[in-house]
Write a protein of this length. Structure first.
Length: 277
């Protein structure tokens, strides 16, 4: 009986201790969050004043949006052959730019990764150069290539290659650097060359990540091709732009719907490929 009373007395402080609130010591740590939120609000308000948006005019044109989409919904399949050829050209531009950039991305990603050649200056120079290339939007590169190569799919492929290679360089370098350091050091200890370490250990280990990056970039390239065609790079974008300007909304709607279908098919294809790896 005495033991039971003693156990109850000992258990009560433990129960009370369990119900106490745990002090949080990290309340004052993320001080930059309020500053970031306030700066965002200030920049938003300043942008609204600077742009001087006519909200009355904007709201008055909102009903027209529904009218335009209603017209686009009346699909016209009379020019399906032209739309199909343009779509095939768009897919070809996206695939070619992806394949060329994939090879360059692996090479430059190897140079940008810090754990392959272990030359900090080489990694910094490579990353800095391709950061500059990524900072310039894809349409600008395409327009520059159009000045050099003329209007057509060649400019689209070349312009997309520049930005896609820069994207792959950063993405692949991060994938290569995520490989276990112990594996690399073990291979170095037995005298394996840098290139052999990369091809036989780092690259196979990062293969699934490379496939994921490739699938995501193919979707991006396809979407950008649809836009770049509107500036003269060829493809489905040119068909959409031309028909919108001539108020052929039915044909434009069919082309836009086909873009959605192909983009969804590409996304699902790479999901299935990723599951099987």
């Amino acid at each position: 009986m005495t033991n039971e009373i003693a156990q109850q007395k000992i258990g009560r402080p433990l129960i009370l201790e369990c119900h106490r609130k745990i002090p949080v010591k990290c309340q004052n740590r993320n001080r930059l969050v309020p500053i970031f939120l306030v700066a965002t609000v200030v920049l938003t308000v300043a942008s609204l004043f600077y742009l001087q948006i006519d909200w009355i005019k904007l709201l008055s044109r909102v009903p027209d949006i529904g009218g335009v989409f209603w017209e686009l919904g009346h699909l016209d399949f009379a020019n399906m052959s032209v739309i199909g050829e343009a779509m095939l050209e768009t897919v070809s531009i996206a695939v070619l730019s992806l394949l060329y950039s994939l090879g360059f991305g692996v090479i430059f990603g190897m140079l940008a990764a810090k754990n392959i050649f272990r030359l900090p200056w080489l990694s910094v120079i490579t990353q800095s150069f391709f950061t500059f290339l990524r900072a310039v939007p894809t349409p600008v590169w395409v327009l520059l290539m159009m000045v050099c190569l003329g209007m057509g799919p060649e400019a689209g492929v070349a312009g997309l290659c520049v930005h896609t290679t820069a994207f792959f360089t950063k993405s692949f370098a991060q994938s290569f650097e995520s490989i276990s350091e112990e594996t690399v050091e073990a291979l170095e200890a037995v005298g394996t060359s840098r290139l052999s370490i990369f091809t036989n250990a780092v690259l196979p280990a990062a293969f699934s990540q490379i496939v994921a990056w490739t699938g995501m970039r193919l979707e991006t390239n396809f979407s950008e091709c649809a836009v770049l065609g509107m500036v003269g790079a060829g493809g489905i974008g040119f068909v959409i732009s031309r028909n919108l300007q001539s108020y052929e909304y039915g044909t434009a709607g069919t082309a836009i719907l086909l873009v959605f279908v192909v983009a969804y098919a590409i996304e699902r294809m790479f999901v299935q490929i990723k599951k099987k790896i």
